[in-house]
Design a binder for this molecule. Structure first.
Ligand SMILES: Nc1ncnc2c1ncn2[C@@H]1O[C@H](COP(=O)(O)OP(=O)(O)OP(=O)(O)O)[C@@H](O)[C@H]1O
Ligand SMILES: [Mg+2]
Length: 447
């Protein structure tokens, strides 16, 4: 008798997706940490091997459908299309004057729903890349995910709640198996998705928040730690994104490895952080207004060109308030080692697209912390971590830092920025990988 054997079960591996949901563009990196010998992170290029890794973060409403990512970017020019930029910040800081809505969402859908659907679209893009990777190695992926948040700590607060709801609802929809958003979704379907995910997730915030969310400022440190170019020492990192500025101070500590008889980077310590709007978007708004342009999208990426023609008078105070974020991070960090001479060798990481704007860069490199009597920081060449695949354009480095750190997910899970005076250490010791029946609740079991 010919009995058909079921195909042998494929081995399972946990893959961690780092979601850097941005105000202007989002970035995705996933990490396969299942093999102890070769743990690797992969930059996702959703638009083909040679395509961009940046996913436009806007949503467009056109002809009774909502569009996301590249498709939204293409359709933003269509006459009568409604464009929703900067949703990430608008959803989390609804009362912030910089981000007042010019365009109202379709009836029955809120700004928070649009942001949540954008995150779902990112999970789908990341999920597809992970499926392809898993198929090439013949294993069954189990997906965990962590999203970056532009807040200094993981203490409770309104913005944090908004971000938690975004990822929890999006993940719930993904797990349920919803339609792909890459080619757009009818408004009526989007409305149903908004309602069903809101009622499934509710308004409460569960305990495992730290496994799903990580401050963006903290996430960017992992790059510094893993990059062979970056030596041990004291660092400041400032990420001027489109919507917010995130800054922190940290030290990479080296220890003597007795086994190999060498000094090597062993752990890093967080000293203090600050994160809040404004970012480059606010600058773009001022420039757009001064030049009589309809919105900030006309200015994004071309700030230097506009500012060379004319520097609107309200730009200077705005640059000051971006700079104040680093100054606040310093104020949080300094009490932990209140000896000014110990801070003089601090070096600076410039992260995020906003740091490419000359006026902003000059502000940080020329004047940094002058009020605190520190000399200007030397800017660090970040190099490339040896366990990251897919970066080939050196120009893009600063933009993938946060997503790379987020791809470490569970290995970062216990991290919190300290309120107490002692700096918190992050050790390079890898956590034990969990067995299938020990998986935390945010691991997707049934895709
Ligand atoms: N050459 C450039 N490449 C990318 N961004 C640039 C460049 N020059 C200026 N920018 C500005 O940097 C911003 C994008 O930075 P980035 O991608 O770090 O932001 P984001 O991650 O979308 O925002 P956030 O982190 O605040 O949510 C753009 O809005 C643009 O104004
Ligand atoms: Mg960013």
């Amino acid at each position: 008798m010919d009995v058909q054997q079921p195909p042998p079960a494929r081995p399972r591996r946990i893959i961690q997706l780092g979601i850097d949901y941005g105000t202007s563009t989002s970035k995705l990196v996933f990490r396969d940490a299942s093999s102890r010998l070769e743990q690797k992170s992969f930059l996702v290029r959703p638009y083909g091997r040679d395509g961009d890794f940046r996913v436009p973060a806007l949503v467009v409403w056109e002809n009774d459908r909502l569009y996301f990512g590249d498709e939204a970017w293409l359709r933003a020019q269509v006459p009568r299309a409604r464009v929703y930029p900067s949703l990430k910040i608008r959803a989390a800081f609804p009362s912030d004057a910089y981000f007042q809505a010019d365009t109202h969402p379709p009836e029955g859908i809120s700004v928070a729903d649009l942001a949540m659907l954008s995150v779902l679209h990112l999970i789908q893009l990341g999920g597809r890349a992970i499926e392809e990777y898993a198929a090439s190695l013949d294993f069954d992926p189990r997906l965990t995910m962590t999203m970056g948040v532009p807040v200094a700590s993981l203490a409770s607060g309104d913005p944090l709640n908004s971000y938690w709801l975004m990822i929890a609802r999006a993940r719930w929809l993904y797990q349920k198996g919803t339609p792909q958003l890459a080619n757009g979704v009818p408004i009526s379907t989007a409305r149903e998705m908004a309602v069903s995910s809101a009622s499934a997730v509710g308004q409460s915030r569960p305990n495992e928040v730290a496994q799903w969310l990580l401050p963006e400022a903290a996430a960017s440190l992992m790059w510094a730690f893993q990059s062979p170019r970056v030596p041990p020492g004291l660092y400041a990192s400032v990420d001027v994104g489109a919507g917010s500025t995130d800054a922190c101070f940290f030290r990479i500590v080296e220890e003597f490895d007795r086994h190999f008889q060498i000094w090597r980077k062993a752990k890093f310590s967080f000293w203090g952080a600050a994160a809040r709007p404004p970012g480059a978007d606010a600058l773009d708004r001022l420039i757009a207004k001064a030049h009589g342009l309809p919105n900030q999208l006309e200015v994004r990426g071309f700030e230097d060109v506009f500012l060379a023609k004319r520097m609107p008078k309200d730009v200077r105070p705005l640059l000051e308030s971006i700079y104040e974020v680093l100054s606040d991070a310093f104020k949080a960090a300094y009490p932990k080692d209140a000896k000014l001479s110990n801070w003089q060798d601090c070096r600076l990481f410039l992260v995020g697209g906003g740091c490419r704007i000359s006026a902003i860069k000059r502000h940080f490199t020329g004047n940094v912390l002058r009020k605190n009597a520190l000399k200007p920081f030397e800017v660090v060449d970040p190099g490339i971590p040896s366990d990251l695949e897919g970066i080939d354009d050196l120009d893009d480095l600063g933009l993938a830092l946060v997503a790379y750190g987020l791809s470490y997910g569970l290995d970062f899970a216990t991290f919190e920025l300290p309120e107490a005076v002692d700096p918190v250490d992050y050790s390079d010791r890898r956590r034990r990988r969990l067995e299938e029946d020990e998986l935390p609740p945010h691991v997707l079991r049934d895709q």
